[in-house]
Structures are given as C-alpha cells and as structure tokens.
Design a protein around this ligand. Structure first.
Ligand code: GDP
Ligand code: MN
Length: 379
C-alpha cells in the first residue's frame, strides 16, 4: 500500500527527521488560506500515488496567496499517470542548493534491507540509476543489528559530504531506517533530501510503501489507504478479500491458490500465450467472490480469453459453477472462456455449466492450449 507524500512526511516528522511544515488543501480556497498562513513563497504539490509529478507539471511555486489559489486550481484539475489529483500539499518554498537521494528498500536477493543514496538526487534519479548506476551507493543493513550509525557516516563521506552535513546525514539515515522497519515498509525514500540555503538537510519529498501483509498490525497505517489512487480492479478485489495481480498479457486467469496460479501461468506461457492477470479466490471462496472475481477479469480491456482453473477441495466445484453463471448474467462484456473444474463436486459443477457456452477442459494442458487458441481468435 502506498502512502501520500503528506502522510509519509508526518511519519518522518514524528521520527524527528527535518521535514518542513506543510498543509493539505482540497480546494483552491484552502490552498490560498494555507499559503496566507505559511507566508512568503510556497510550493504547491499534487498528492497522487505516482512519481514524476514535477515533470508532469504537478509541482509549482507560487509567490502570493492569490497565486497559490490559481496554481492549486490548475493542479487540482490534473490527471497524473491516470490518477486524479484531489488534494495538494502547500509548503514553504525551499531555497535548494543541492539535491540528494536517500532510500531504504528490501533487497530480496541479499535477504536484507539496503540503503541507497546518491549525490545526484532530484527528478532525474531514474536516469542516473539506469545510465550511471555506479553513482548510486548501496549499503546493506545487518538483519540482526540493523543499520549502524557508522554506515551512515561512511555513506556521507562517500557522497562527498563534509562538516556538519556528515552528522546530519548519518542521523537522518539511522532515523529513516527506523521508519522503514517500525512501519513494515517495503520502500521509503527521500528525494530530494535537499541542502537548503541555511545549510540544513531537509526531506522535501517522501515516498513510502507499506507491506500489505503487515497492515493487520498497523491499523493506523491501514486507515491512511486512499482507494481513489488504486487500480479499480485491485481495489475491488482487495475489498472482496481476493488477491489480484495485474500483468500485461491477454489471458485472464481465475484460480484458487497461489501455487495453482503459478502452474497455470507457466502452462499458458508454454503454449505461447501470456497471462493478463491472475485472480486467486483462495480456499473456501464464496459464490459472490467467484462472481466478483470474474467481473473484475472481464472488465479488463486487454483480456481476450479467460481460463478458469479450479481445484475443488474445500472450495466446491458446484459453488464455483454457480458463481460463474451469476457473473455471466450480469456482465456487459463477454470473452471466450475455458473452464477446468476438478475435485469436490466436479460432476455437478460441469452439469451446472452445460449450456452456458463455455469450453470445458479436464487437463491443465488442454485448458491452456484452448485459452491460447481462443485468445488468438479474438485478436
Ligand atoms: P516528484 O517529481 O514527484 O519527485 O516531486 P518532488 O516533490 O520531488 O519535486 C520535484 C522537484 O521540484 C524537486 O526535485 C525539486 O527540484 C523541485 N522542488 C520541490 N520542492 C521545491 C521547493 O520547495 N523549492 C524549489 N525551488 N524547488 C522545489
Ligand atoms: Mn521527488
């Protein structure tokens, strides 16, 4: 789950990382009032779950309250990377001398958390990472003792920081590591970590992603969720308790169980197709969940065929079949489908689906081959 910048800023501030004060505005008038309270030049920033807001015109300076209102009106009407801007952050404009990048992310291959930092922070950090990866410093945290203060100082020296900046940078690094671990984040990054005119290092932009599987132990973070910023399919699936993964192929997959999902996708690939997504209804799914799942799959425009692969254990095949029928009654768009139902009550399940004009398959290979053929015929 992603947090908005203003939410992440508040968390960093609680950890005593230097973050300039800011306000959130949901209308141009609120932005004007915020700018008046802050006084002087302000920066107005779109709050969306997307990076690259600066390049998209979603970060602008305004030098008066009226200017802030006009700028906010512009930004509040924008769509950035498909996301509606519904709120803006208003903060005192910083006088930036240098921009650093500082982040912590999970490094799965090393099985530890890694600090990443660069003296070339700011809006082109992706390009720096792609073209000159040697300019991004990586230091792993020990899983037992955590990120150590000496590692922060070492990083500061390697980035070319001197004087009081070394200590400031090291302290921010240690605190940011605590933010990462204490909130079960999978990513937290400050970009830019800016050296401002008075010489202080300040976090001027923060991104933070929380591990969904850990949200149950952070109700205060779960409450920060903004569904308007999520993919509609993923949001619907989340509410129905189904896991939904979007991919970029053409065959929609409904399965029960993550292992079965992997096997299904592998088999589709083996027959030359590509999965558009997979929806795991899990064990013991209810009929309504099956209906919701199929509706989500059919609402994805890139889905050309659907493969339903259910291994009935606790989940009964007849119940899945009824869920499929119920979904087909309500949907506007249909795609060709192939269904493989095996296990508990499979005969009854197949009987229910007779006459529904669905291809039936008994083996996974046959189901995948049929799905690939049906998808090609639709292309
Ligand atoms: P992003 O593009 O989504 O990463 O949004 P940022 O908040 O990082 O803003 C993009 C860029 O705008 C930053 O890298 C800065 O160069 C610039 N910027 C952001 N805030 C300020 C500010 O207060 N003053 C000035 N002068 N520039 C700013
Ligand atoms: Mn940024």
């Amino acid at each position: 789950m992603n947090l908005h910048e203003y939410q992440a800023r508040a968390i960093l501030a609680r950890h005593h990382i230097p973050v300039p004060p800011s306000r959130v505005a949901r209308s141009p008038e609120e932005a004007e009032a915020a700018a008046r309270e802050i006084g002087g030049e302000v920066v107005i920033k779109a709050q969306v779950h997307a990076g690259g807001r600066g390049k998209a015109g979603g970060v602008k300076l305004a030098n008066s309250p009226v200017g802030a209102r006009e700028t906010a009106a512009q930004i509040l009407g924008m769509t950035i990377k498909g996301l509606d801007v519904r709120q803006v952050l208003v903060a005192p404009a910083a006088d930036i001398r240098r921009e650093f990048y500082l982040g912590f992310v999970l490094d799965r291959s090393e099985q530890s958390v890694v600090m990443m930092s660069s003296a070339e922070g700011g809006i082109d950090i992706e390009e720096v990472a792609a073209r000159t990866p040697e300019r991004i410093l990586r230091i792993h945290a020990d899983p037992v003792v955590g990120f150590q203060p000496y590692q922060g100082r070492d990083a500061a020296f390697q980035l070319g920081l001197t004087g009081p900046h070394v200590r400031q940078f090291a302290q921010i690094t240690t605190k940011l590591y605590n933010v990462f671990t204490q909130n079960d984040a999978s990513l937290v990054e400050i970009n830019p970590l800016a050296e401002v005119a008075d010489g202080e290092l300040q976090a001027l932009d923060v991104k933070m992603t929380i591990d969904d599987s850990a949200l149950y132990r952070h109700p205060e973070l779960a409450a920060l969720r903004d569904r308007s910023q999520e993919d509609p399919g993923e949001a619907r699936a989340g509410e129905a308790g189904i896991s939904y993964i979007k991919l970029d192929g053409e065959i929609g997959c409904m399965v029960n169980g993550a292992g079965l999902a992997m096997a299904t996708m592998d088999t589709i690939s083996q027959y030359g197709g590509r999965p558009a997504n997979f929806l795991d209804i899990g064990g013991g799914a209810k009929q309504e969940q099956v209906t919701t799942a199929l509706n989500i799959i059919l609402s994805e425009p890139n889905v050309r065929a659907v493969l339903i692969n259910i291994f009935g254990g606790i989940t009964r095949c007849d119940m899945v079949a009824r869920g499929i029928l119920a979904a087909l009654e309500g949907v506007e768009r249909r795609a060709p489908m192939v269904v493989r139902l095996v296990g508990t009550n499979e005969d009854e399940g197949r009987r229910i689906l007779e006459g529904a004009n669905l291809a039936a398959a008994t083996s996974l290979a046959e189901a995948a081959e049929t799905a690939v053929r049906l998808a090609r015929a639709e292309a």
